[in-house]
Design a protein around this ligand. Structure first.
Ligand SMILES: [Zn+2]
Length: 301
């Protein structure tokens, strides 16, 4: 087992904490074995244990922050900032703003104390603009290639499906759509994933775990197609139709870098939102294209 190095900021000595000390408590993964952590500590085993506890609590706080981030992101997707500013309860908004500012201040003060050696060794801060452009091009050409790959084996929607979806999508789009239900196979991840990871794109969605993939006007289902999952895939087809492939992939890539989780990308979140409206016991009729146009106009993508 390897050992982890901890630098003492205030003194020159370094200490070694063995992996065995960290792993029995199940918190070894909380510490990046490749990085140097700065600690103002002595070498007693009590102090080593307190580092372990500290990292467990740090991890706990980080998960709670992630949950707060998700809840706030949902709010952002559903309601424009202008509406919240006008009609949001002042006391709740002020408390939220205060909490967010205090957290930002606290974590920034810690970041300022990172050692200079670490700053040099730190990984790249994530994809830059030219990486984003490369990702957009790669995603767009992957979409076109996959569309052409599946098109020859894809089938048109049945008259029943077209009839049911006619209250939500225009006939010309429904008539153009083709579907493929994969049996025993799943869509593979794009060949450019390793390159994207190397550029700092993390948390890339695993295609095999998605219900369906919309390749422009060809919908590919990893699992048996249900009415609800067909509707979801159709929302993406409507998004392509309204936004165009280039704009769609741009919003997809920028949204992903922004929120870091596939299901939180606004294009995706909107599809889930409309899908849940469609799946209500007595769903209202609405035009998905109008909804997409509205979100595009309000810059919610
Ligand atoms: Zn989706």
């Amino acid at each position: 087992m390897g050992e982890r190095l901890y630098y003492n900021v205030y003194a020159v000595n370094t200490i070694q904490v063995s992996s065995e000390l960290l792993h029995p408590l199940g918190v070894g993964d909380f510490v990046d074995s490749g990085s140097l952590l700065q600690m103002s500590i002595t070498e007693s085993s009590e102090d080593k244990l307190s580092i372990v506890r500290m990292n467990a609590e740090l991890r706990h706080a980080q998960l709670e922050l992630l949950s707060a981030h998700c809840a706030t992101h949902k709010l952002r997707l559903r309601f424009p900032a202008q509406l919240l500013a006008r009609h949001g309860r002042r006391d709740v908004l002020r408390k939220s703003i205060e909490t967010a500012s205090a957290l930002n201040e606290y974590y920034s003060s810690i970041e300022k104390q990172f050692p200079s050696e670490e700053a040099v060794a730190a990984p790249a801060p994530g994809p830059n603009e030219s990486h984003l452009l490369l990702a957009m091009e790669s995603v767009a050409s992957f979409m076109r290639d996959q569309r052409d790959h599946y098109f020859p084996v894809a089938k048109a929607l049945t008259a029943e499906q077209t009839g049911r979806l006619g209250s939500y999508f225009p006939a010309d789009l429904l008539n153009r759509i083709k579907v493929v239900e994969l049996q025993g196979a799943r869509v593979s991840n794009p060949a450019f994933y390793p390159q994207m990871r190397a550029l700092g794109f993390n948390n890339l969605p695993d295609f095999a775990h998605l219900n369906s993939l919309t390749f422009i006007d060809v919908l590919v289902f990893n699992e048996h197609m249900l009415e609800r999952t067909l509707f979801h895939a159709m929302v993406h087809a409507a998004q392509y139709q309204v936004l165009g492939l280039e704009r769609y992939t741009e919003l997809f890539v920028r949204g992903f870098v922004d929120v870091r989780f596939h299901f939180l990308i606004p294009l995706e979140a909107h599809a889930f939102l409309l899908e849940s409206r469609f799946a209500r016991p007595n769903p209202d009729r609405f035009s998905v294209e109008d909804e997409v146009r509205l979100w595009a106009k309000q810059n919610r993508y």
